[in-house]
Design a protein around this ligand. Structure first.
Ligand SMILES: Nc1nc2c(ncn2[C@@H]2O[C@H](COP(=O)(O)OP(=O)(O)OP(=O)(O)O)[C@@H](O)[C@H]2O)c(=O)[nH]1
Ligand SMILES: [Mg+2]
Length: 319
């Protein structure tokens, strides 16, 4: 079933996308429940997918996914939608057959895993939910497939990076349902991912306003912020050039990456970048205290339209 979906994506990629046909993507209902096929609990033992990566001189290396078990944890349990259960089961079964490794419970349950919150922000239809879904697996999730469930709410993603396991709780709400202000005050995420669509100039404007809010409210000084230009597969319909996104990120002092959740392009890089930016938060905090006034002047200059020399914002692994 999964390979069938991917074949569909490949056909679409080669034909429709290259011919610049905007796919009518994921024409599905939103269930309203918090989603998550990422774990299953049976007899008090929770099975979950662990995504492993390594950072090498040549970039991010995906080491594959493994299935781990642990005793049910009280924190970050994921509420599941009953309407999705059959899909969740079939995905888990399909995962189990393809997983590279399986570890047993006692060892895993004793591990201490830190959990961080990732806030997905951005205008409607920019691909926040599609990105979140692709974060959960190394398998291709076909964002173009109309049968792919749309799930939102909180989704847990376990990541092993250079031998250390971390749990990311991805918070993704439809833009229309929650203002940026209440999102930030409700969840207080450890990192903000501000998404726009490169084929929608208005979504870029919305991202700019969100960055301004994050800066004004001091979130940006103490938390990692990554600006994401999604849907780069629709190159011929592009309305926001890369240079414009990069310029905004440079001037705001945040990170920048372009992705395609539809093609799973740079999604692993974004996921590892999110983790790296979270781990840098303590340093950011110290730096912010030292350089707060300088930073404010810099952002103010940008907002007033001053140009400045900037350093690269595209290395998501550094401050
Ligand atoms: N071509 C293309 N379409 C995409 C991509 N990512 C998402 N989409 C499609 O864009 C539409 C909106 O994606 P969502 O992930 O639901 O957008 P969202 O940001 O969660 O939107 P809200 O929940 O309304 O805030 C869907 O039809 C997706 O299939 C991408 O990288 N390329
Ligand atoms: Mg959504």
């Amino acid at each position: 079933m999964r390979s069938c979906k991917c074949m569909h994506l490949n056909e679409l990629t080669l034909n429709d996308v290259m011919n610049d046909v905007t796919p009518m993507l994921a024409d599905t209902k939103r269930s309203g429940a918090t989603g998550g096929e990422e774990s299953e609990i049976e007899d008090g033992v929770e099975y979950y997918r662990l995504r492993s990566f390594s950072i090498t001189a040549n970039g991010i290396y995906n080491l594959g996914d493994s299935l781990k078990t642990r005793r049910s944890r009280s924190i970050n349990s994921v509420t599941s939608s009953t309407s999705c259960s059959s899909t969740r089961e079939s995905r888990l079964l399909s995962s189990a057959s393809q997983l590279s490794d399986m570890e047993t419970g006692e060892e895993a349950s004793n591990e201490r895993v830190t959990t961080y919150k990732v806030g997905m922000l951005g205008a409607s239809e920019v691909g926040k939910t599609a990105l979140t879904a692709q974060f959960t697996t190394s398998e291709y999730i076909c964002a173009y497939d109309a049968s792919l469930d749309e799930e939102y709410g909180q989704k847990s993603v376990s990541v092993m990076l250079d031998g250390q396991e971390t749990e990311l709780e991805i918070i993704d709400h439809p833009a229309a349902e929650m203002s940026v202000e209440s999102f930030c005050s409700t969840y207080n995420p450890d990192v903000y991912v501000v998404v726009y669509s490169v084929v929608d100039r208005r979504s870029f404007k919305a991202a700019e306003e969100t960055l301004l809010y994050l800066w004004k409210s001091d979130y940006m000084a103490t938390r990692g912020v990554i600006l994401v230009g999604n849907k780069v597969d629709l190159e011929r319909k592009r309305e926001v050039p890369s240079v414009v996104g990069r310029h905004l990120a440079n001037n705001c002092g945040c990170k920048f990456i372009e992705t395609s959740s539809g093609l799973a392009h740079h999604v692993d890089e974004l996921l590892v970048g999110i983790l790296a930016q979270i781990k840098l938060n303590p340093q950011r905090d110290q730096a912010a205290r030292r350089h707060r006034s300088k930073h404010r002047r810099r952002i103010l200059k940008h907002l007033l339209g001053f140009k400045r020399k900037t350093k690269s914002c595209e290395n998501l692994l550094v401050l």
